[in-house]
Design a protein around this ligand. Structure first.
Ligand SMILES: C[S@@+](CC[C@H](N)C(=O)[O-])C[C@H]1O[C@@H](n2cnc3c(N)ncnc32)[C@H](O)[C@@H]1O
Length: 221
């Protein structure tokens, strides 16, 4: 696998397309200091979802899986000043680090970190009948992706964009006999998207530092 050239290319592109940002750099630093796992999106991936949110004209964003708030910061920076974002995290340590990084970036007025199990929190938001979200980023425990996707469909509106990370996993997604529950969940979402009339989608395959993967980008019709 030519990981070196993928990684070098990602560094080159990040240097050109992701200008230094003190808030994002702090988030990475604090995440390391607090020993959180290094499993956030890369800078280039952060820019990809941030740009997608901008293209979608998103003023309400929902994220599943905050970790240290790195992708949340990328997304929050795409919001207009009166925009709102909710990010859901079940690990209280991760949630506290995320909230700290969001506060330090001066974005606490528009980003709410909800601490709790994502399926439960999403069900609560449905119950609360909140204003529809324009953009969703799902990046938590992947074996629950199908549940999260269904909830996001309920929390969106016509035109809302739902993005799911890690949709390819080195091509394992093609293995119809995979024993991996995370991959099976993604396969279920792909089947749903491929057959549903009310949602359209495609996978953007990615190669880079984190190997071969992809983002499933869908839109409610
Ligand atoms: C891959 S990390 C998220 C990375 C983050 N989106 C970023 O790129 O900066 C996944 C996060 O989801 C959280 N998580 C896992 N299962 C969850 C669940 N059932 N409900 C809520 N959060 C969960 C984990 O604690 C972890 O912080």
């Amino acid at each position: 696998m030519p990981l070196d050239i993928w990684s070098e290319t990602e560094d080159f592109l990040s240097l050109l397309l992701c200008p230094p940002d003190a808030d994002l750099e702090r988030a990475v630093r604090v995440s390391d200091q607090e020993n959180l796992p290094p499993i956030s999106v890369s800078a280039l991936q952060g820019k990809q979802i941030s740009l997608l949110a901008s293209i979608a004209g998103a003023s309400r964003i929902l994220e599943v899986g905050s970790l240290a708030g790195y992708s949340a910061l990328w997304l929050a920076k795409a919001l207009p000043p009166d925009g709102r974002m909710v990010t859901i995290e079940n690990n209280p340590v991760h949630a506290a680090v995320a909230a700290g990084n969001i506060r330090a970036a001066g974005l606490a007025d528009r980003v709410e970190v909800r601490v709790g199990n994502a399926a439960e929190q999403l069900a609560l938001l449905v119950e609360e009948n909140v204003e529809p979200f324009d953009f969703f980023f799902i990046d938590a425990d992947q074996h629950n992706n199908a549940i999260y996707f269904e909830s996001c469909l309920q929390l969106g509106r016509s035109g809302s964009v739902i993005v799911i990370d890690n949709a390819v996993r080195s091509g394992e997604v093609c293995n119809v006999d995979t024993p991996n529950a995370a991959v099976r969940a993604t396969q279920r979402v792909l089947e749903l998207v491929g057959s549903a009339e009310h949602v359209d989608g495609v996978v953007f395959q990615t190669i880079g530092k984190r190997g071969h993967d992809g983002m499933l980008v869908t839109r409610i019709r």
